[in-house]
Ligand binder design. Structure first.
Ligand SMILES: [Zn+2]
Length: 168
C-alpha cells in the first residue's frame, strides 16, 4: 500500500482512474485510516497547492476523498462538517443550486484545464473521519461555491470519472 503521497506518485493511468469505488464498511475504514490520514496531511500542506485528493489517485478503490473546504467559516454551515480540510467517506449528494461553468484541473491530468458544469450548491451526506482520533461521524451539510465545486470534482473520481471524461 502507498504510504507516502507526493505529486509524482499520484496516479495518472486512465484505466485505474476509471475504477468505480466501493462503499466502505467499518473494517474497511479501519484498514484505510493511515492512507486517508496521509492524504489529509498532503492536502493540508499549502506547499502542495491541492484542493482535494480522491482514493483512486493514491491507488485505493474505496469510497473516500479529502477536500479543502474554503467556505468553512460561513456560520450557517453545519459546524460538524467544518474545518479547512475534510475527510469524506461514503458520500452522497443532491444538487440544489444553479448550474455554472467552472474551469478545473487535476493532479492526475497534469498540464490541462477543462470547462465543466457544476451545481453551485449541494446537500451532502457522508461519514467524516477525524484524523486525530480515528473516529467517524455521520454528517449532513450544505456546501456552496468553491466547497461545492471541489466536492463534486472529488465525488466524480469515486465514480471513475475525471474532468477529461466530463469536461470540454
Ligand atoms: Zn482530480
Amino acid at each position: 500500500m502507498l504510504i507516502e503521497v507526493t505529486k509524482d506518485s499520484i496516479i495518472q493511468d486512465p484505466d485505474f482512474l476509471a475504477t468505480k469505488c466501493l462503499k466502505m464498511a467499518p473494517a474497511d475504514i479501519e484498514r484505510e485510516t493511515e492512507l486517508m490520514k496521509t492524504a489529509f496531511e498532503w492536502v493540508s500542506d499549502p506547499k502542495n497547492g491541492a484542493l482535494g485528493l480522491a482514493s483512486t489517485q493514491v491507488g485505493s478503490k474505496w469510497r473516500w476523498f479529502v477536500m479543502k473546504n474554503p467556505n468553512h467559516k460561513r456560520a450557517w454551515l453545519n459546524k460538524e462538517a467544518g474545518g479547512p480540510v475534510v475527510i469524506v467517506i461514503n458520500p452522497k449528494y443532491r444538487g440544489n443550486g444553479t448550474k455554472r461553468t467552472c474551469e478545473e484541473s487535476c493532479f492526475s491530468i497534469p498540464g490541462k484545464a477543462f470547462k465543466i458544469h457544476r451545481t453551485s450548491s449541494l446537500i451532502a451526506t457522508f461519514l467524516k473521519l477525524n484524523p486525530e482520533t480515528g473516529e467517524t461521524k455521520q454528517i449532513t451539510t450544505t456546501y456552496t461555491g468553491s466547497s461545492a465545486q471541489i466536492f463534486q470534482h472529488e465525488f466524480d473520481h469515486l465514480r471513475g470519472l475525471t474532468i477529461a471524461d466530463r469536461g470540454e
